[in-house]
Design a protein. Structure first.
Length: 431
């Protein structure tokens, strides 16, 4: 069986699935194999649960005609998604970046939904499985799609653009993240720049934040059609915030935008969404109204008022640039009691200790009552740079939860941030 034949079966199916726990009757089950799992072992169960077909490795035994054998099931999933994309006559916006990808994607979706039926990546399903699954979920009724693409290794974006084949693209920023995989900051720029490469080679257009020197230089270095945007470039003004109202407030085109996003670093994400909307005929007023109505619910830039504290939760992930931006914003808030609960930044390789030391130095400028740091990387940084009287260190988030349970915080403005694997969200019930 070839991809064209498989595509015919896909069109007659109820879609694809890689998990028997959520499988719906009539779907095609893809048996993916990883280091710690092997979907091929569940192929028969999938068929018994109502799967129309199961795509399995060609080494899987059995004579059930619904078993469709291929040498590489993940490769087959990607090829099927690329085939589907070629049959979609709609604009596809590819989105990547070090920080702000998911928030920007959510804002773009909200703005475009004013006039269009939009299909966008669910959550952060932006990897080599999530992207083809997103593309394959785009139905005939979709008028425009937004596909988020993440990267941990040098050629990830190149592979994901081959699947999603974007006609437009946007890089939110480039920063120091996953240095263990990319090797250096220049490696990050080269990897993310593969989205610009695809667009320049396929007559696409890029939305470019002209305030960002790195992005602007990356864009103009290529034969690329640019759609500019930016806070400074469009004379947008950031309005004052406070610990009582830390939400991003902006004046754009003489009109005031009140968001439910915490952090001035979200201003560029807002301008990106408005630029995309403008390109597709969404007026400034309509776009601003859509953004004002958006409430984050994904552990990113969220503010929660508990019975005792004001909590700024940005605990989904962390890297040097996003951590610095969060602390800069936290430093700008005027409050008599500010507490930072920070977990390690992971995957920084040889630069890890140096980057954690920089965060310690930035903490000194935040006017904190105290800080709780979690993880071995912060321990190494404290050993190198010297402890601070306002800093307490904990081995893991469970240990911090125990301490906060014994001595609860009260009357504080609290920042919670750390790499996803540090599970800093565990502290939320104690606050």
């Amino acid at each position: 069986m070839d991809i064209a034949q498989l595509y015919d079966l896909f069109l007659a199916s109820k879609g694809v699935n890689t998990d028997t726990r959520t499988l719906q009757p009539g779907q095609i089950f893809f048996a993916l194999k990883g280091e710690n799992f092997d979907g091929n072992a569940y192929a028969q169960k999938a068929l018994e649960s109502g799967a129309a077909y199961a795509v399995v490795l060609d080494t899987v035994p059995g004579d059930d005609p619904r078993l469709l054998r291929f040498p590489d099931t993940l490769r087959t999933l990607k090829e099927l998604a690329a085939c589907h994309r070629q049959h979609l006559d709609i604009p596809v916006i590819g989105l990547t970046g070090t920080n702000g990808k998911t928030t920007t994607k959510e804002l773009i979706r909200e703005v475009l939904a004013v006039h269009f039926n939009v299909k966008a990546t669910q959550g952060n399903l932006n990897n080599d499985i999530g992207v083809p699954m997103t593309v394959l979920s785009i139905g005939k009724d979709a008028e425009i799609a937004v596909v988020e693409m993440g990267a941990n290794h040098p050629d990830d974006i190149s592979a994901l653009t081959w699947v999603s084949q974007p006609s437009y693209g946007l890089i939110t920023n480039v920063g120091k993240a996953h240095l263990l995989g990319f090797g250096s900051f220049e490696g990050v720029k080269k990897a993310k720049g593969q989205l610009y490469d695809w667009l320049s080679e396929h007559d696409g257009q890029a939305f470019v934040n002209v305030d960002d020197t790195d992005l602007f230089e990356m864009a103009v270095a290529r034969p690329l059609s640019i759609i500019p945007y930016g806070v400074e470039g469009e004379d947008a003004i950031l309005l004052p915030t406070s610990s009582e109202n830390p939400f991003l407030r902006m004046e754009i085109g003489g009109k005031v935008l009140e968001t439910k996003l915490v952090g001035s670093y979200n201003a560029a994400n807002v301008m990106a969404a408005l630029a995309v909307g403008r390109q597709f005929g969404i007026s400034l007023e309509e776009g601003m109204a859509a953004i004002a109505a958006y409430t984050p619910s994904n552990n990113r830039s969220q503010m929660t008022r508990t019975a005792r504290n004001v909590v700024i939760e940005d605990a989904y992930n962390a890297n040097p640039s996003s951590m610095a931006a969060a602390l800069d914003n936290f430093a700008s808030l005027q409050d008599s009691c500010k507490v930072a609960l920070l977990g390690d930044m992971r995957e920084l390789g040889d630069d890890s200790v140096k980057e954690h030391v920089k965060i310690l130095e930035k903490l000194d400028e935040c006017g904190l009552t105290h800080a709780c740091l979690v993880g071995e990387e912060f321990k190494k940084a404290l050993d190198k740079a010297g402890n601070r009287p306002y800093v307490k260190w904990f081995a893991d988030s469970d240990e911090l939860v125990g301490a906060l349970s014994e001595r609860p915080l009260s009357g504080a403005t609290v920042l919670v941030k750390g790499s996803h694997s540090m599970h800093m969200e565990k502290v939320m019930p104690t606050l």
